[in-house]
Design a protein around this ligand. Sequence first.
Ligand SMILES: Nc1ncnc2c1ncn2[C@@H]1O[C@H](COP(=O)(O)OP(=O)(O)OP(=O)(O)O)[C@@H](O)[C@H]1O
Length: 244
Amino acid sequence: MTSTTPDPVRTAAASARGLTRSYGSGATRVDALAGVDLDITTGTFTAVVGPSGSGKSTLMHCLAGLDTPTSGTVVVGGTELAADGRALDDAALTRFRRDHVGFVFQAFNLLPMLTAEQNVVLPFELAGRRPTSQDREWQSYVVDVLGLRDRMGHRPSALSGGQQQRVAVARALVTRPDIVFADEPTGNLDSRSSADVLGVLRRSVDELGQTVVMVTHDEGAASHADEVVVIEDGRVADHRRGVA
Ligand SMILES: Nc1ncnc2c1ncn2[C@@H]1O[C@H](COP(=O)(O)OP(=O)(O)OP(=O)(O)O)[C@@H](O)[C@H]1O
């Protein structure tokens, strides 16, 4: 008899099973991830918290296809990035990231010579495709939701930190990725700009249906999330519903 219970690994936006990542060997070996089992629910905002060095960034890099696990399984948007010690090769991972994953970094990573608008449409250029009319409609909607309409003609140097990060969020959302990863997105921002960017990530989940995973040190930032994953010593120590 076939079970009607959906397989969480297939229905989650991202899943890890038995995920390990070690660096170095012998006496200098570090087990950054020591067996992580995790499902990121589609359409939720998840905060990943934990002490410095606990493995948060390593986990995110493995889930995002930026790093290859030592062992274990990673499935993102239904695609197996790694399983049974085998992983997609670099070219396939690059394609996968381009088509399915959005990133927001602490340092914004906008190109200074391009306007906000040119930065936002960069993912299309990198994919070598012209945005369709549907893409343009979505882009326009994202820009409005993020409150960027009147800033699009400016270069990053003419924007505040919070505005720059909102442009980076728009760039991450423009191709409608399966999942957006944000690594300390408010780490370089004052409290007001932080609240602004967190509000925007929240809206991308509530109004655009995005799935967002954010690493943060900031308890206040985590309070915007639907779910909070606590990492300690390379393992999931707790996974609870947030207060948002
Ligand atoms: N490329 C690497 N080579 C060697 N060790 C590494 C590498 N990347 C991470 N580590 C080690 O793996 C462990 C986990 O690091 P990771 O950056 O994932 O932690 P983190 O929880 O994100 O820390 P932080 O909050 O300080 O950013 C640490 O002991 C770190 O020193």
